[in-house]
Design a protein around this ligand. Structure first.
Ligand SMILES: C[S@@+](CC[C@H](N)C(=O)[O-])C[C@H]1O[C@@H](n2cnc3c(N)ncnc32)[C@H](O)[C@@H]1O
Length: 430
């Protein structure tokens, strides 16, 4: 029976169980329905009043996804025949085991809060397998194993180092990166926040409760992985017009506005535009906001700079969104690549002669990065690459010989790593 068909009535659940029930729904949404974890959160946690219980459900589901391959190997080692992938018992065991072996939950609490999820079903089996593994004292490997399909794809693209870097990156919590509105105050903010700066305008912290941190209310900074901050940095400072296509929730819009540009920020998602509007208000940055489809909309005039932070598979942000390791299949990548190609082609016409076009994706798939660039240059002789310079990057990153930048999970490992991104700066002939 599929997990989502179990009773979802949480009214009579003992304490602790609603969070596990919600974690089960989240895993079902990602693994069986192919939905992003974040988009399934509201539905899965509906009826849970406490924010810490909702956060616990998300933490259990996310850690299960980071550890899924190894959890399943443990489960399979303790059953006579492998349980089907979508068996209720397998889902319940994953949740019980990840808590006991990765999240520090005492074994008795891990199993007691999971057994009600299989009431009227394979309760005995779940209890038995969990007991066997507990008695054996099995542990999860220190470095998680990537799922096969992802490992094969990334190995073909990035080799052994790429796989090793990705697996190591899953093993440690990613740091919290902040982008400052005013890069001239980098030292001051690094000191005040007790963080480390890897480049002007950037501060890195091990973590923290963002809304309570100094500078949040006054809008002195916003959360943005250092890799995600680089595409807008390639446009630099300026006083002309900048068009931020695919702009929400606005990380790069805020950078462009803070760098002096007169920005138009466009996105086709009304809910994400709401977040962009809130972010601009908090950071006191200004932009003209347009809710529209980049495939239909046209700007009133060409811009000095256009930034395409294209919709993509998002496999580069697997550290914070481990669902991409499972739900991004070749069909998703080719669908996104087709959309990117269309947006890239349209936006290229919106750049003034002599202007700058930056194309970026938070993807580890060459089809969404290097191959897009190759195809674009083969049909747009009016564009040339303006090579990324070493002095535009933090120490430890090096531009590709062809002038674009590819960030991979193993890079900057000693200082906490960074997301996987592709980005290129192009200049339109004058
Ligand atoms: C990678 S995200 C942008 C992140 C954003 N640039 C930032 O730094 O905060 C891609 C965005 O593209 C938007 N999008 C997807 N398809 C679009 C379309 N056809 N037209 C406009 N925006 C689109 C999505 O809603 C999403 O917000």
């Amino acid at each position: 029976m599929p997990p989502q068909s179990q009773s979802s009535d949480t009214r009579f659940d003992p304490p602790g169980v609603p969070a596990r029930r919600a974690a089960l729904k989240l895993l079902d949404a990602v693994l069986r329905q192919g939905l992003p974890l974040e988009s399934a959160l509201d539905r899965a946690t509906a009826g849970i009043d406490r924010s810490d219980d909702r956060a616990l459900a998300r933490a259990i589901a996310a850690e299960t996804l980071r550890r899924l391959t190894d959890l399943d190997a443990l489960i399979d080692s303790a059953t006579a025949r492998p349980l089907p992938d979508d068996a209720k018992a397998r889902f319940a065991l994953r949740i019980a085991l990840v808590q006991a072996l990765a999240l520090g939950t005492p074994s008795h609490a891990a199993i007691a809060t999971v057994l009600p999820l299989v009431d009227g079903g394979p309760r005995k089996l779940v209890h038995g397998v969990f007991g066997t593994l507990s008695r054996r004292g099995d542990a999860l490997p220190e470095i998680p194993t990537l799922p096969d399909a992802t490992a094969i794809r990334w190995h073909a693209a990035w080799g052994d180092d790429g796989i090793e870097g990705a697996e190591q990156a899953i093993a440690v919590p990613p740091p919290l990166d902040l982008t400052l509105a005013d890069p001239s105050r980098t030292e001051e903010w690094a000191e005040q926040l007790a963080g480390e700066s890897l480049m002007p305008g950037h501060v890195r912290l091990p973590g923290g409760h963002v809304p309570e941190m100094p500078g949040f209310e006054q809008g002195a900074w916003w959360v943005q992985d250092i890799a995600a901050s680089l595409p807008a940095r390639l446009i630099g400072t300026g006083t002309g017009t900048a068009l931020d296509i695919c702009a929400a929730p606005g990380g790069k819009t805020m950078q462009l506005a803070a760098a002096g540009w007169t920005v138009t920020a466009l996105d086709n998602s009304p809910t994400r535009i709401e977040r962009l509007t809130d972010n601009l208000a908090r950071t006191k940055q200004a932009a003209d906001i347009v809710t529209a489809d980049a495939l239909l909309w046209k700007p009133p005039a060409q811009a000095d700079a256009v930034l395409i932070d294209a919709p993509c598979s998002a496999t580069g942000i697997f550290r914070r969104h481990p669902d991409v390791l499972y739900r991004v299949r070749p069909s998703v990548i080719s669908e996104m690549a087709a959309l990117q190609e269309r947006i890239f082609a349209r936006a290229a016409d919106w750049v003034k002669p002599g202007g700058t076009l930056v194309y970026a994706t938070c993807s580890l798939e060459p089809a969404e990065g290097e191959e897009q660039l190759r195809r674009f240059l083969s049909v747009r002789s009016d564009y040339r690459i303006d090579p990324v310079r070493q002095d535009e990057l933090p120490d430890g990153l090096v531009p590709h010989a062809d002038g674009y930048l590819r960030t991979l999970p193993g890079m900057l490992r000693d200082v906490g790593g960074l997301d996987g991104f592709f980005m290129v700066r192009l200049i339109r002939a004058g």
